[in-house]
Design a protein around this ligand. Structure first.
Ligand SMILES: *[C@@H]1O[C@H](CO)[C@@H](O)[C@H](O)[C@H]1NC(C)=O
Ligand SMILES: *[C@@H]1O[C@H](CO)[C@@H](O)[C@H](O)[C@H]1NC(C)=O
Ligand SMILES: *[C@@H]1O[C@H](CO)[C@@H](O)[C@H](O)[C@H]1NC(C)=O
Ligand SMILES: *[C@@H]1O[C@H](CO)[C@@H](O)[C@H](O)[C@H]1NC(C)=O
Ligand SMILES: *[C@@H]1O[C@H](CO)[C@@H](O)[C@H](O)[C@H]1NC(C)=O
Ligand SMILES: *[C@@H]1O[C@H](CO)[C@@H](O)[C@H](O)[C@H]1NC(C)=O
Ligand SMILES: *[C@@H]1O[C@H](CO)[C@@H](O)[C@H](O)[C@H]1NC(C)=O
Ligand SMILES: *[C@@H]1O[C@H](CO)[C@@H](O)[C@H](O)[C@H]1NC(C)=O
Length: 371
């Protein structure tokens, strides 16, 4: 074999290692042994090592004090970056102009024995994504960004800001149909932090993601509605939003309700980076789960920060998903009230919600060879 053929062969292997799987998913377990892969027993997704996605950095396992039986495999190892101000992962073989959900996951677990988690910045290409910080050494942190790819690859960069070495535990890429999340375009992205994507299911920490959600969005239980009770249905909830938010039936099959005429709760971004010049995008999802008798009426107003979002008194449709959405300025607290109208005989309900930071994105394609 001559040198050229050897180089070509090497390059091909490199590409294959850095490519999406048959679902178009890339699921990287950062810090595991070079070229190793494994299949997650719950989702059946294949996790791969970060070989071929990045060159610098070092692998390390978390401290044994933080290893628990409940800890998923991807959090046991990580890659950290003691050198260089900026280190980037390159996700290749994408389709330029298509939409993608990218998720970065972090678990410090005192891997460096310093007992002090670092604070660093995450970038999508040249655009600021979010700061990564931790409440304590055993805190998990993951964040999503929904973006349009400016080229046939995306770069996720970790930037050292002098507060400890950046590290990463996992990196996921999920392709989205271009009609999904119409708020996302070439100059605007949606960023999700603090797990702000909620269903109202059982409060035992049940998480809904792939395969229930074909886009592998992570939906966690919201249990902060005062005095609420849960109603649920085993029937399939018709997905009327296939082209916009594509909410799976399993997310809609539970709803929070109250034994009174109104659902009131206050929601806080709990994000120090949010101020009045930030923008938050809210989506509230509704579907009637009960067979409402002909003499009963479920009808309510959707009031966010004292402003009514529905134009007419709203009645959720039986077993069909519907939504209300809007963009508001960054605030410390948002108040959400679902208030039964005078004619209503049944209390309001809420099935699911998502809260995203709206972030500008600069679509300058950088050289993927950049380290
Ligand atoms: C990883 O895989 C690539 C391509 O298959 C190969 O060139 C490389 O030698 C492997 N590295 C290790 C450490 O096994
Ligand atoms: C993206 O959407 C925002 C908000 O609707 C709009 O202001 C902006 O012009 C759009 N950008 C592109 C490239 O369409
Ligand atoms: C919850 O219910 C209790 C008892 O009915 C009531 O005192 C309290 O004000 C309610 N809390 C809210 C936030 O509605
Ligand atoms: C609902 O509230 C009413 C009046 O406060 C009470 O009589 C009734 O028992 C409550 N029902 C449930 C299911 O909690
Ligand atoms: C809001 O925060 C951004 C950075 O997160 C900062 O650049 C901007 O000056 C802040 N604006 C106000 C009004 O505080
Ligand atoms: C909503 O209205 C109440 C009463 O008028 C007021 O105290 C509160 O500040 C308002 N909240 C917002 C977010 O405007
Ligand atoms: C935000 O809401 C929480 C919970 O209702 C409340 O304790 C807190 O005082 C509120 N903060 C502000 C600034 O309104
Ligand atoms: C409430 O019921 C009355 C009597 O049936 C009806 O005239 C009115 O239009 C209803 N209001 C709404 C908002 O549906």
């Amino acid at each position: 074999m001559n040198l050229c053929a050897a180089i070509l062969l090497f390059y091909m292997f490199q590409l294959i290692h850095g490519q999406p799987d048959y679902l178009g998913f890339i699921s990287i377990d950062c810090g595991i042994q070079v070229n190793s892969t494994y299949q997650d027993s719950i989702s059946n997704m294949i996790y791969v090592s970060d070989y071929g996605f990045i060159t610098p950095g070092e692998n390390r396992g978390i401290s044994s004090d933080y290893v628990k039986p409940s800890l998923v495999k991807r959090y046991l190892n990580l890659r950290f970056f003691p050198h260089g101000a900026r280190n980037c992962y390159t996700l290749r073989s994408l389709v330029m102009g298509n939409k993608y959900l990218v998720r970065a996951a972090f678990y410090y677990g005192n891997y460096d024995g310093l007992g002090k988690p670092p604070v660093f910045d995450l970038y999508m290409g040249t655009s600021y994504w979010h700061e990564v910080s931790f409440s304590d050494a055993g805190a998990f942190n993951w964040m999503d960004i929904i973006v349009v790819a400016p080229d046939d690859y995306l770069q996720v960069c970790l930037v050292n800001k002098g507060m400890g070495n950046p590290f990463i535990s996992g990196l996921d890429l999920r392709p989205l149909k271009n009609t999904l999340y119409p708020e996302v375009n070439a100059t605007q992205s949606l960023v999700l932090v603090n797990s702000n994507r909620f269903h109202m299911g059982p409060t035992d920490g049940s998480v809904i993601r792939y395969p229930s959600d074909s886009h592998d969005r992570i939906w966690t239980t919201y249990n902060a509605i005062p005095n609420s009770t849960e109603i649920s249905s085993t029937s399939v909830i018709q997905n009327n939003l296939r082209d916009v938010y594509d909410v799976p039936s399993s997310v809609m099959q539970n709803a929070a309700t109250v034994n009174s005429s109104r659902i009131d709760f206050s929601w806080s971004p709990s994000d120090p980076s949010v101020n009045i010049s930030s923008k938050y995008f809210f989506i509230f999802y509704f579907a009637e789960l009960q067979n409402v008798r002909s003499n009963a009426v479920r009808q309510f107003d959707i009031i966010i920060n004292n402003k009514t979002w529905n134009k007419q008194p709203y009645t959720p449709t039986f077993q069909v998903t519907d939504y209300f959405s809007g963009i508001l300025h960054g605030m410390e607290n948002y108040s959400v009230s679902l208030v039964a109208t005078k004619n209503a005989t049944l209390p309001p309900i809420l099935n699911a919600m998502e809260m995203y930071l709206v972030k500008p994105i600069t679509m300058v394609a950088t050289d993927p060879g950049d380290g």
